[in-house]
Design a protein around this ligand. Structure first.
Ligand SMILES: Nc1ncnc2c1ncn2[C@@H]1O[C@H](COP(=O)(O)OP(=O)(O)OP(=O)(O)O)[C@@H](O)[C@H]1O
Ligand SMILES: [Mg+2]
Length: 255
């Protein structure tokens, strides 16, 4: 049965979407059946794999509010080797609707029940807030991957996230655990980045992925071409790093 992974960190711009898209595409290239879920009203993951977010007839919004089944909203994105449950700005409205109901945080888990065993893994790109959408992702997930940009305030934000994970474990999803913290946009010539990276390992030990994602311009360029970095430039350091992450994650999670 597909392992459900939430890629989350309430800090903005740390590499959640880049990680969701390229880890999904790397796993797809390694012959895994992957569903990528865009759970961010910004729709960045949707656009990053070349889908026009303004032209969607249905999206994850309709799935969350129960208007359509997940399989009716899933699009096959062949060049990226993934299926996509897309999002756009309509998703902002789901936040309000879901806040009003008891089932609110459990909607995504329910929606994935029937489809999760079609996949080896389901990767959810979360928005940069600890809101009802992220709560849905953490309630549906078996595990969480936390991208961390190695800069001064990186560790500060992590305690809020760890607190939320504790609450979700207590109240909604006792099986949720952390698959790993991922160092992103790393520049090894930068002393501060190296210091923060070492601090992370000191605090979280083996929970930190060995693979480090370097700062690489190809990773920033690929979304504007609607391609994963593996399609866009397979020989780039960014592509090599995300393929290495996919292999490390397969070894760790045994999918
Ligand atoms: N390793 C990297 N090297 C260079 N640029 C990167 C790298 N990772 C991400 N970026 C760029 O940094 C920006 C932020 O990345 P991304 O969108 O993945 O972060 P995010 O956490 O999803 O942001 P948000 O919180 O807004 O959803 C993007 O422009 C992206 O292309
Ligand atoms: Mg994002």
């Amino acid at each position: 049965m597909g392992r459900v992974i939430a890629v989350a960190n309430q800090k903005g711009g740390v590499g959640k979407t880049t990680t969701s898209v390229n880890l999904a595409a790397a796993l797809g290239r390694l012959d895994k059946n992957i569903l990528l879920i865009d759970l961010d009203p910004q729709g960045n993951a949707t656009v990053s794999v070349g889908v026009d977010k303004e032209a969607l007839s249905v999206s994850v919004f309709e799935v969350l509010v129960g208007e359509v089944k997940a399989k009716e909203a899933i699009i096959s994105v062949e060049h990226a080797c993934v299926d996509l449950l897309p999002a756009n700005g309509n998703l902002t409205a789901a936040e309000v609707t879901l806040l009003e109901e008891d089932m609110g945080p459990k909607r995504l888990r329910k929606a994935l029940k029937k489809i999760r065993f079609h996949y080896d893994a389901i990767i959810i790109d979360c928005p940069p807030t600890l809101n009802m959408l992220t709560l849905n992702a953490l309630t549906a997930a078996d595990a969480i991957i936390v991208p961390v940009q190695c800069e001064y305030f990186a560790l500060e934000g992590l305690s809020a996230l760890m607190g939320t994970i504790d609450t979700v474990q207590d109240e909604l999803n006792p099986n949720l655990h952390i698959d790993g913290l991922l160092r992103t946009m790393h520049d090894r010539r930068n002393n501060l980045a190296n210091d923060v990276s070492n601090e992370l390992v000191k605090h979280f030990g083996v929970k930190v992925f060995q693979t480090i994602i370097p700062r690489n311009v190809r990773l920033a360029e690929a979304p504007s071409h609607g391609e994963s970095v593996i399609d866009y430039d397979a020989s780039s350091n960014g592509a090599i790093a995300y393929l290495a992450l996919a292999k490390e994650w397969i070894r760790k999670s045994r999918i």
